[in-house]
Design a protein around this ligand. Structure first.
Ligand SMILES: Nc1ncnc2c1ncn2[C@@H]1O[C@H](COP(=O)(O)OP(=O)(O)OP(=O)(O)O)[C@@H](O)[C@H]1O
Ligand SMILES: [Mg+2]
Length: 291
């Protein structure tokens, strides 16, 4: 089947019409950071079986900012869980940085998750017995042990999100929006290269939405990859690409060529290609001088 990736700006987006099916195709010769091939995820058995992912083909290059849209129950969270190694596809392949995830050991997967993936969960998943400071410091503690400098770093990050007066609050003392900002700070504290955000601004007012989206944009500019589930079409202006899902399938895949995030994404791909070309020339020259 032919693969197509449309190009458009975020203002002219329309919902997919019945029968219109588009699939993602890679943008270049770079090894994609994420590649799903015919990924299927089925929950339950027999009469109770639910197909949450139904043969998803998806290629994401490092440095893309992908918005994921679609109706409730179409498989968006399941897709993020598979990409973030929290769940595995029932069938099909998942290649992370070109390596088949099925071949990675459990400890390697856990290391990748801790170091490279930042999750903003749809239900936040804060640990109720820890205060704000400790919740956000936790990923650093897993990685490098408890350290006073970590807490200073976390305090600075909390300030960015307007939470400097909430460090010693327990999660139950926070408003929905504050809880959400804590969850986002926790996802970003490790400086992950892949950020998976499940409706990160769902409960926030426009001012706080802007703070979060500006922070994600800053992180994106540092050559990181972002997958963000959203129901808010206004947020597409921050993305370089949008995929629409329906009934566990990707039904539309569009590059948002007029957005700044698209320029950022393509700049990094072309810079990496240039560096690889340069390295190849050096290797060729080195090979010739040996002869
Ligand atoms: N652990 C599970 N066990 C059984 N079914 C599940 C499980 N997780 C998800 N599902 C089902 O898989 C389908 C996709 O769920 P998913 O959470 O991915 O949807 P979603 O697109 O994120 O929806 P929403 O926008 O409401 O968050 C749903 O029908 C859901 O009921
Ligand atoms: Mg969901």
């Amino acid at each position: 089947m032919a693969t197509t990736r449309e190009s458009t700006d975020s203002d002219s987006l329309v919902q997919p019409t019945a029968g219109q099916i588009f699939f993602a195709a890679p943008t270049g010769g770079d090894t994609p950071v994420i590649e799903l091939r015919g990924a299927e995820k089925v929950f339950g058995y027999d009469d109770t079986a639910t197909t949450a992912l139904d043969g998803v083909d998806l290629v994401i290059e490092r440095g893309e900012f992908v918005a994921i849209m679609g109706p409730s129950g179409c498989g968006k969270t399941t897709l993020l869980n598979v990409v973030g190694l929290l769940d595995r596809p029932t069938s099909g392949d998942y290649l992370l940085n070109g390596r088949n995830v099925a071949k990675l050991s459990a400890s390697r997967k856990a290391r990748i998750r801790n170091r490279e993936v930042g999750f903003v969960f749809q239900n936040f998943n804060l640990i109720q017995k820890l205060n704000v400071l400790d919740n956000v410091t936790l990923p650093l503690t897993y990685q490098r042990g408890l350290n006073f400098r970590h807490q200073q770093k976390v305090s600075t990050l909390l300030k960015t999100f307007g939470l400097q007066n909430r460090e010693y609050y327990m999660p139950y003392q926070l408003s929905g929006g504050q809880t959400q900002r804590v969850a986002i700070a926790r996802a970003l504290v490790n400086k992950p290269s892949i950020i998976l955000a499940d409706e990160p601004t769902g409960n926030l007012d426009s001012k706080n939405t802007e703070i979060i989206m500006d922070e994600l944009t800053r992180i994106h500019r540092e050559d990181n990859t972002i997958l963000m589930v959203t129901h808010n079409p206004d947020l597409l202006s921050y993305a370089s690409r949008v995929i629409h899902m329906k009934d566990g399938k990707i039904v539309r895949d569009i590059e948002l060529t007029k957005n700044k995030a698209h320029a950022t994404a393509t700049k990094f791909v072309s810079r990496r290609k240039a560096v690889r070309g340069h390295r190849r020339s050096i290797r060729r020259l080195a090979g010739r001088s040996k002869k």
